[in-house]
Design a protein around this ligand. Structure first.
Ligand code: ACM
Length: 765
């Protein structure tokens, strides 16, 4: 791998210029960039000069000074004056050679670094670029900055990140950590998901029960496990004002989401009269699609108006998000009051009633100078005239809405959902599958091909969504978000023709170092080596042919086979190699400068490990592709252990088991909460016939209807974790094994941590 050189032709002042130099480590890549001439060295003696008496520019200059001090240990003094040589100069200039308020020009010459923009936003993005130029690598002391001339502005106006603070709650400091990262990626919309079935997280003065009751839930319990403490929290109005101001200083607009008419269980738990049944449900401890909707009577409409009054007072954002997603209409269908209201309004279908309700709120927002945005379900009953659509069920919602002349934001699942795992690695933490790689994020194109050029103008931009059902701590969130936020940022900011995956990878080592300097626990999934081999061949022959690669196919992979720590002087992996069993393989991927791209990965090759499959290596049984990696506690405080489950069928497949000489099976298992609301899909959950009350783990040959090889009774007291071991009818050859839990589907879900096949001599009594 060689550091790429770039040749970028660009027109500056009407002149086409061709340049050759190492690409600066900037993310997102600027719209136009040219290197020529000589560079400049920044030291503690280099002042940051704000040209003119400009408080906004001074704030931006101070942002640069503070982030550089924090991440590069380089203290730069800010002063106000006139442009001078040997300085980093910020100047607001109506004649700046950029078209938009977010645009900026940045020039590095022997005279210094000069950032010019028409507006404060442009100066801010120039400051972020300058900071990245000052952190080409880690270290302390002076920084030599290569010459560069940048003319930059974003592709999209909406460069969004959604944070779900309901399913799990983040402290205000944690929200600030994420806002800081958004700013460093030139993202500008924080979509803040604040209300849902599992909690109401925004203080509304007029309705105190929303947070007294609605902000707290009792986590699910199972078996004899201790009853957990209530989980929750909420943001006071002071907290919210402070977050909104903090974001605004970083040119980020906070768009709050108040979800209607569904995802309303916490609101109904707080004020049952807002609901349809009149009954008070608990704040939900479950994930998934719940039945509780708001009713549509005048009192509820007034409640929603009053809530929106306080929301609008807190959030200056033009857009207010009203949800609209996943509102199953069973309660509306069953309610005489709701049906009477529909009749009075001349509405025949519940979807149309949803559109009517959303439009009521849209008009209310419009009367206050705001705009309604909602998830693409708001299309279903006829799109309210005032609506902007956020397309999450694929891209069709965006296509339909844009064709109808509505603005749209693309945030489709699974492509831009950050709770999709970063890889299929066995050492991943929680999340959904299929995984969405760094590359798939990078290559996501926000403008659907089905739109004409005129319709494409309705695409405001794109957004990645961080749902937090399975992200109980900031560490989980950081693992899910980073470094995919880099790919998102470049897809949202950089012109299509400037986007280049391989060239992006060359800029990642510097970016990973920036994360390390800020203690951001990014996932190294794209770069971590996979150590692969044919296990059955290794068991049969006593030696293994080992292949090593990483997801991004990037970096120099070095390895050892004796268990020692690999480094730059260890063998460089170029082709598969053979080792005798037992052996311990360790591999690391290094950037060209020798810094690790990922932590060292280890694979032990001995007979027990060759006969073991861990949770991530077991497959779903036929029927459902639903795969989720969860933890034993819904509100876990660590990232491991995890269990890969299918909530529709408690059945796992051990593919291609070599059964010669195998006499028994050992299964490490866990009792997991069945805290999933599946709405109309509940009927798809598969029940397997049990022989005992608590059920057993049945092992079958060649598929889930095959011959029974073992039946291991499940413990009656549902311990948090347990081990099952038992004899298995002897077989020869290689077969799939199907492991089926026959426990009642009203009880807990059992997760398999690992399955080991045991030869006759090794079975303990
Ligand atoms: C969503 O993921 N329910 C918008």
């Amino acid at each position: 791998m060689k550091t790429t050189r770039y040749v970028l032709a660009l027109a500056l002042c009407g002149l086409a210029v061709v340049a050759h130099a190492a690409t600066p480590n900037l993310i997102p890549m600027p719209a136009q960039l040219m290197a020529s001439g000589e560079g400049f060295t920044v030291s503690t003696q280099t002042p940051i000069v704000v040209d003119g008496d400009d408080a906004d520019a001074r704030r931006t200059a101070e942002y640069l000074a503070s982030i550089t001090a924090r991440t590069r240990h380089l203290q730069l003094q800010v002063k106000t004056g006139v442009s001078e040589n040997g300085a980093i100069v910020f100047k607001r200039d109506p004649q700046a050679p950029v078209a938009s308020a977010e645009g900026y020009a940045l020039d590095v010459t022997p005279q210094g670094i000069r950032i010019v923009a028409r507006d404060e936003a442009g100066l801010f993005y120039g400051a972020v670029t300058a900071w990245q130029l000052l952190t080409p690598s880690q270290g302390t002391g002076d920084v030599r900055v290569d010459p560069v001339h940048i003319r930059d502005e974003p592709r999209f106006a909406w460069r969004g990140f959604m944070l779900d603070s309901v399913r799990h709650f983040q402290t205000t400091d944690e929200v600030r950590t994420l806002i800081d990262q958004m700013a460093q990626h030139k993202l500008n919309v924080l979509h803040w998901h604040l209300t849902d079935d599992q909690g109401w997280r925004i203080e509304i003065k007029r309705y105190p029960e929303l947070t007294r009751i609605g902000a707290w839930r009792t986590p699910p319990t199972i078996g004899k496990q201790v009853v957990p403490k209530p989980y929750g929290g909420f943001y006071t109005q002071d907290d919210i004002r402070a977050i909104v101001a903090y974001a605004a200083e970083r040119h980020i607009t906070v768009v709050p989401e108040i979800d209607i008419p569904g995802h309303a269980q916490a609101a109904v738990a707080s004020y049952p009269e807002l609901g349809v049944t009149g009954k008070r449900p608990p704040v939900s401890p479950d994930w998934g699609v719940h039945p509780y909707l708001y009713n549509v009577d005048d009192h509820t409409i007034e409640f929603l108006h009053n809530v929106l009054d306080e929301v609008m007072a807190l959030f200056p954002s033009t857009f207010i998000h009203l949800g609209g997603d996943e509102a199953v209409k069973d309660q509306w269908q069953a309610s005489p009051a709701v049906q009477a209201r529909m009749h009075a309004l001349g509405i025949k279908k519940e979807n149309t009633l949803q559109s009517w309700l959303i439009e009521q709120m849209g008009q209310y927002l419009g009367a206050h100078g705001r705009r309604l945005i909602g998830w693409d379900e708001i299309l279903e009953g006829g799109l309210p005239p005032s609506a902007t659509v956020m397309s999450w069920r694929g891209t069709q919602g965006a296509i339909d809405a844009a064709k109808q002349g509505h603005d749209v934001v693309l945030s489709p699942a699974p492509q831009l959902y950050l709770d999709q795992m970063q890889s299929d690695r066995v050492d991943e933490t929680t999340g959904r599958l299929p995984s969405m790689s760094l590359e798939s994020y990078y290559e996501f194109e926000a403008v659907p091909k089905a739109l004409s050029e005129a319709q494409a103008k309705h695409v405001l931009g794109m957004q990645a969504n961080m749902w937090t059902e399975h992200m109980p701590t900031l560490r989980h969130i950081e693992h899910a978000v980073f470094p995919r936020m880099d790919a998102l940022a470049e897809a949202a900011w950089t012109p299509v023709k400037q986007r280049n995956w391989h060239q992006f990878l060359e800029r990642m080592p510097a970016q990973l170092a920036r994360y390390r300097a800020q203690d951001i626990a990014y996932a190294d999934s794209a770069f971590a080596p996979f150590i692969e081999l044919d296990r059955n061949a290794a068991i049969a022959s006593g030696h293994a042919t080992v292949a090593v690669a990483n997801q991004a196919k990037y970096g120099n992979v070095h390895y050892t086979t004796d268990g020692s720590e690999p480094g730059a002087s260890s063998p460089l992996y170029v082709r598969p190699f053979t080792v005798n069993v037992p052996a311990t393989i360790k591999a690391v991927a290094l950037a060209d400068d020798g810094t690790p791209l990922a932590a060292t990965r280890t694979r032990v090759l001995d007979l027990p490990s060759l006969r073991t499959r861990s949770t991530g290596e077991l497959e779903n049984c036929l029927g459902s592709d639903f795969r989720l990696r969860v933890q034993p506690s819904a509100d876990a405080t660590s990232m491991a252990p995890t269990y890969l489950i299918n909530v529709f069928d408690a059945c796992r497949v051990y593919r291609a088991a070599r059964l010669d000489g195998i006499a028994a099976i050992r299964v490490e298992a866990a009792t997991l909460p069945r805290n999933y609301q599946l709405a109309h899909d509940a009927k798809l959950v598969v029940a397997h016939k049990a022989s005992t009350q608590q059920g057993e783990l049945v092992v079958r040959l060649d598929g889930c209807k095959g011959k029974q090889l073992a039946s291991l009774p499940l413990p009656a007291d549902q311990p948090a974790t347990f081990t099952l071991q038992g004899n298995m009818t002897k077989q020869t050859g290689t077969h799939d094994l199907c492991l089926v839990f026959t426990s009642p589907i009203t009880g807990p879900i059992y997760g398999v941590g690992a399955v080991t096949l045991l030869p006759a001599g090794q079975v303990s009594p």
